[in-house]
Design a binder for this molecule. Structure first.
Ligand code: ADP
Ligand code: MG
Length: 253
């Protein structure tokens, strides 16, 4: 791949993202090594909607960070659009993320001192779009998440659900190939949380893949594909629209 330019993902065949025999280990105490993710292989297709579930501390965020190229595998290969991410430099990976990957986190991560509009424009600052176009796109994205009348509010003037909508607009504005959301409803009440999931699922309708970590089983059940992670093993929960249970596990990946 070119050093800075990434063509938008085309309709070509093949998965958007693949993990091939990936492991992830962190240094533990006393020089020990903690392997959080054992030999894992899986593919995420274009437009695919995937929930990741599992107990606290099981490695959900770790897996999401690997898929989102925020962190690198200890061993194994991560491919994005067929390209080996391990072979890219840090700068090239950050350009890839800035151009093509949207992130939404539990704690919104908005800049407190600037408006919703400027927060969303920040998500486009690494693009070559002129400022006027960035502003236009940001306003459209805020409109899309129902905040067309809140463009000039600062985060503190918005509810938690509205702040998360701004974060989603920031992800959407770049028209990403894929959106990663790590417990995006974790700081919200149940009803607001489901509204946020509605929004993400609808937004993904325009062609983006969506990978969401959640420990809310009613939210996970809304996804056609669910991955479960426990004890370093990622398994596929096959049956759609059922709460995850041990019987639903099948060894895969
Ligand atoms: P989850 O999101 O499922 O709650 P995480 O992926 O955050 O779990 O963490 C999985 C395990 O990996 C935890 O035991 C955590 O302490 C450990 N871990 C995560 N990141 C690091 C790190 N940078 N250094 C050391 N250990 C880490
Ligand atoms: Mg986590």
């Amino acid at each position: 791949m070119n050093d800075i330019e990434f063509a938008p993902a085309g309709p070509e065949h093949g998965a958007l993202l693949t993990l091939e025999h990936v492991t992830k280990a962190f240094p533990g105490k006393d020089g020990s090594v903690l392997e959080i993710l054992h030999d894992t292989s899986l593919a995420i297709d274009r437009s695919e909607l995937v929930a990741i579930v599992g107990p606290s501390g099981s490695g959900k965020s770790t897996l999401l960070s690997l898929l989102g190229t925020l962190d690198m595998p200890t061993s194994g290969i991560l491919r994005y659009d067929g390209g080996d991410v391990n072979a890219m430099g840090e700068r090239q990976r950050s350009v890839l993320r800035a151009a093509r990957i949207g992130f939404v986190f539990q704690q919104f991560h908005l800049t407190a001192t600037v408006s919703a509009l400027e927060n969303v424009m920040t998500g486009l600052q690494y693009t070559t779009l002129p400022r006027g176009e960035r502003r236009q796109r940001a306003a459209e994205a805020l409109e899309q998440v129902g905040l067309g009348n809140r463009l000039h509010h600062r985060p503190a003037q918005l509810s938690g659900g509205e702040q998360q909508r701004v974060a989603i607009a920031r992800a959407l504005a770049k028209r990403p190939d894929i959106i990663f959301a790590d417990e995006p409803t974790g700081a919200l009440d149940c009803e607001t949380g489901h509204t946020i999931v509605d929004l993400l699922l609808t937004a993904a309708d325009s062609g983006a893949s969506l990978v969401m970590v959640t420990h809310d089983q009613t939210i996970a059940a809304r996804f056609p594909r669910r991955l479960h992670i426990q004890d370093g093993l990622v398994t596929e929960l096959d049956k759609p629209n059922q709460a995850p249970s041990d019987e639903g596990l099948s060894a895969k990946g």
